[in-house]
Design a protein around this ligand. Structure first.
Ligand code: HEM
Length: 228
């Protein structure tokens, strides 16, 4: 992909990720936040957190299935936007729902399991956001960074559980998100299995091939010696 196309793609992703926030601000300015504005804003930001989180998790499976490299360049941007929406979502709960009442907040986290897993997802997102820079990758080392960033799937599971737990039974939306997450995870597991099998094959074949070459050259040497 050319540099120009990459820039265009990134601008498009920025626009798509900022559009829900602009739309929310517009609705707030035009007093169009429904009968319970706090709940509306919390749910709006929560929905977009989950969508962007799943979009960032979809980038590696896209590369695996289509063999394209550009989705990987968008993974970090989408992940950081998901974290920004999660922080705003949490901020609304902190400021508008509980007015900085720490005791009440602690009780809410302990009492309502959906808040506990939501909080867990946000806490797990923090080290990933903090290590998203090129300098952090260099400092951690590629392998450690990769290991740490596998947490993204645990965050996805917590995000989906959070929604499954809080939604009414008749609401099908959390099941759609759960299905998408399960598919993305299945693609990763399938790819991991495929790579492991091919590594085991090459590891098994390589020593056999080396032994074969050695025995052939030994035979050739013996034949040479027999002729002379
Ligand atoms: C990665 C982190 C998170 C994700 C993906 C997420 C996602 C969501 C989603 C999808 C909804 C429901 C939206 C709807 O019904 O349309 C929601 C609602 C909610 N979330 Fe989160 N959330 C996260 C973190 C948190 C945290 C840290 C808190 C607070 C500690 C929190 C508190 C709430 C509350 C109270 C609601 C219900 C709002 C209402 O019904 O009025 N969430 N969240």
């Amino acid at each position: 992909m050319s540099r120009r196309s990459r820039v265009v793609l990134k601008i498009a992703v920025w626009a798509i990720c900022l559009a829900p926030l602009v739309a929310l601000l517009y609705r707030a300015a035009t007093h169009d936040l429904g009968a319970n504005p706090i709940s509306f804003v919390t749910n709006w930001l929560g929905d977009w957190t989950l969508r962007l989180l799943l979009a960032s998790l979809a980038m590696t499976p896209l590369r695996i299935l289509l063999g394209l490299s550009w989705p990987i360049q968008l993974r970090r941007l989408l992940g950081l936007f998901a974290f920004s929406y999660a922080s705003l979502h949490f901020g609304v709960w902190l400021v508008l729902d509980h007015f900085f009442d720490w005791r009440e907040m602690g009780a809410d986290i302990a009492k309502r399991p959906f808040v506990t897993v939501g909080m867990t997802a946000l806490l797990l997102m923090m080290p990933l956001a903090a290590t998203s820079t090129a300098a952090a990758i260099r400092k951690l080392g590629g392998r450690n960074w990769q290991r740490l960033h596998r947490l993204a799937y645990a965050i996805g599971v917590c995000g989906v559980l959070h929604y499954l737990w809080l939604a009414k039974k008749a609401n099908p939306a959390p099941y759609y998100y759960a299905t998408v997450l399960a598919l993305l995870l299945a693609i990763r597991v399938w790819d991991w299995g495929r790579r492991r099998v091919s590594r085991l094959r090459t590891e098994g074949i390589a020593p056999m091939a080396t032994a074969g070459v050695r025995s052939l050259s030994r035979q050739a040497r013996r034949q040479e010696e027999g002729r002379s």
